[in-house]
Design a protein around this ligand. Structure first.
Ligand SMILES: Cc1cc2nc3c(=O)[nH]c(=O)nc-3n(C[C@H](O)[C@H](O)[C@H](O)COP(=O)(O)OP(=O)(O)OC[C@H]3O[C@@H](n4cnc5c(N)ncnc54)[C@H](O)[C@@H]3O)c2cc1C
Ligand code: SF4
Length: 577
């Protein structure tokens, strides 16, 4: 769709702040800005989603779902060709995933970009694992010379982790590990009997390792307006009790309660408007996806929270005389240093015994084995730098195993009424190094339905990640072996040049507008503020200077709250107006 000579409608009345994107980062930005008294416009490209009433498949039995929960293959192939690459794309949650046909991008190398474009973003889809970073992560680039040095250390962000954890509600166990700092935790969920057994065996055989319950943004104790989890299971359908953290359950209600929030869905931000004479961002230009109208909104400060690649796409598309290659891009680093976590590698086993033991409900988390490599001189590896952690679980096979069983009639039915064998599996999430050569750029020849140039993505794993993957599989198997489990087997889903464990599939895409000390080599400073444009902040995954191996969203939350605090204090001092 071309937009030549389009009429641009301008809102004369400005806001104090504009936030772009209503997912995990944008929800926090909106909450913090409005609670600090700023009239805030929250622009979201997708449709509205009301807490509870719009969770259309929540608590439905398989037989109440269309096609018993299987997705329509022809529709998936035509409209969700990328989204269906993840096992999370199922009929019960299809309505959360972006339509790939309407929102194209180009894969120079395989890159799976999983998106949820609606109010709440991927806060309605995420796995909710939350792990703090430590100074081992913040100092890594400086120590091993990859990427640039982070401009912050753990002490800068620790109080903000405390702050967001208390509000979001994180359940987990304190361990006192230097590589995985403890936080403000509610009681952790229980490990089941086999997981407890594996934990004991790991402590006995590998003193530098530990297994714990996953730390998740799911309540085990009620918070105001939110109930403790009742273990119903398929969280991706939505959670009416607000037991898990989402924009809908947590940050947006808080922002609305201030009376300072204006939420505008169907608003695709295409550019940040930069005024060269005043050397500042003055607002944003959007396309209303329902009317196709182009509109401009003004504000004193702009927060980009459109997800790592979403925010970078907007900046690359915001060109001016001064910033011909994208706004705030005097360093030339905008779009570069794209990272993700590499995973889909680990080990599985069968567990004998424990036949008289079961567990309660559908616990919505598994176990976690924190990083144990390259922590200190004893754990130093010669073949790679950085590290990885494992996520996994032990479960008893259910009646679904009947698909592969011989037999029929009453006897088969009776067999399937009994719980099956115990299985255990663990998959590793590994750190990816920041590399200038892993990048995104705009391709003007391909546009989406609303005229926005598409991203062209060029990223691949390197030698460090491949060396780490070998260790990820072997170390998982040696722990399961040492525990005495049966049929231990390793797996690695990576295929060269193909799909299986490609970049993006970890759904932790980050980097592309990194923080750094030097404006010549980074886009953002230590406050997530653009070096070049002080009233512009980027607080989603785009800001990340390295990737750690921990699930990143709790770090985005903490950085966002910290950045808002900085912006508001700068406004009070008159440095942003
Ligand atoms: C299945 C799944 C499991 C995951 N599990 C975990 C986990 O266990 N732990 C973890 O830490 N992370 C997990 N993640 C990743 C996590 O969801 C993201 O890190 C997080 O949502 C990022 O927050 P965000 O606000 O930057 O982006 P999002 O939550 O994606 O929100 C971005 C918002 O911006 C909007 N937007 C984009 N472009 C524009 C535009 N041009 N104009 C206006 N609005 C725009 C989008 O519609 C969206 O609502 C998971 C993700 C998925 C999908
Ligand atoms: S398992 Fe818990 S967090 Fe998940 S949807 Fe059910 S109540 Fe909510």
């Amino acid at each position: 769709m071309t937009r030549k000579n389009v009429h641009i409608s301008q809102e004369t009345e400005g806001y104090d702040a504009i936030v772009v994107g209503s997912g995990i980062s944008g929800g926090w930005a909106a909450k913090e800005l409005t609670e600090k008294g700023l009239k805030t416009l929250l622009l979201e490209r997708g449709r509205p989603v009301e807490h509870s009433t719009d969770y259309i498949t929540e608590h439905k039995a398989p037989w109440e779902l269309n096609m018993r929960g299987r997705y329509n293959r022809a529709n998936a192939e035509a409209n969700y060709a990328v989204q269906k690459r993840t096992g999370q794309f199922r009929a019960e949650a299809e309505h959360w995933f972006i339509n790939d046909k309407e929102n194209p991008y180009i894969e120079d190398k395989p890159f799976t970009w999983i998106r949820g474009n609606h109010v709440g973003g991927r806060s309605l889809m995420w796995g909710r694992h939350c792990y703090r970073w430590s100074d081992i992560d913040f100092e890594a680039n400086l120590k091993d010379g990859n990427g640039v040095d982070w401009p912050i250390r753990y002490a800068d962000i620790a109080p903000w982790y405390d702050y967001v954890e208390k509000f979001a509600g994180i359940s987990g166990e304190k361990l006192g590990l230097p590589q995985l700092p403890d936080g403000q935790f509610q009681p952790g969920m229980p490990l089941n009997v086999v997981e407890k057994h594996l934990r004991e065996q790991i402590i006995k055989n590998f003193p530098e390792r530990i297994l714990t319950i996953g730390r998740v943004a799911i309540l085990t104790e009620a918070l105001p307006g939110r109930a403790a989890c009742h273990y119903c299971g398929p969280c991706i359908r939505g959670c009416s009790t607000g037991s898990y953290f989402s924009s809908q359950s947590s940050t947006l209600p808080a922002a609305v309660a201030t009376g300072n929030l204006t939420l505008r869905p169907y608003s695709i931000v295409q550019q940040v408007i930069y005024d060269e004479t005043r050397d500042k961002a003055t607002g944003v230009r959007i396309v209303d996806s329902e009317t196709n109208e182009v509109l401009e909104f003004k504000a004193k400060v702009v927060f980009l929270c459109a997800s790592a690649l979403g925010s970078t796409q907007i900046l690359l598309n915001s060109k001016s005389n001064r910033f011909a290659d994208g706004l705030a891009n005097s360093s030339g680093e905008l779009g570069h240093n794209l990272m993700d976590h590499h995973f889909k590698v680990g080990a599985n086993a069968m567990v004998d015994g424990f036949d008289d033991r079961y567990y309660y409900g559908n616990r919505p988390t598994g176990f976690y084995v924190p990083r144990f490599r390259n922590i200190n001189s004893e754990t130093r590896r010669q073949d790679y730098v950085r590290g990885y952690g494992y996520q996994g679980s032990a479960r008893r096979e259910n009646w679904g195993r009947g698909n592969d069983m011989r037999g029929f009639g009453a006897e088969l039915k009776q067999q399937l009424r009994e719980p099956g064998d115990w299985r255990i599996g663990m998959t590793a999430f590994g750190e990816c190094l920041p590399r200038h050569g892993n990048y995104v750029r705009l391709d003007d020849a391909v546009t989406d339905k609303w005229g926005m140039p598409a991203l062209r993505i060029n990223a691949a794993w390197g030698a460090n990640e491949f060396a780490m993957r070998r260790d990820m599989a072997q170390s998982a198997a040696e722990m399961l072996d040492a525990a005495g489990y049966r049929d231990v087997s390793t797996y690695d889903s990576y295929t060269e040049g193909g799909l299986g464990a490609e970049v993006g599939l970890g759904i932790h895409e980050m980097g592309t507008a990194r923080m750094g000390r030097d404006p010549k080599t980074s886009v953002l400073n230590e406050w997530n503020q653009a070096h070049d444009v002080p009233n512009l902040y980027v607080t989603d995954g785009a800001c990340m200077t390295s990737s750690g191996c921990q699930n990143p969203s709790i770090t985005y939350m903490a950085l966002t709250a910290r950045a808002v605090d900085h912006a508001v204090s700068e406004m009070k001092k008159g440095n942003i107006s």
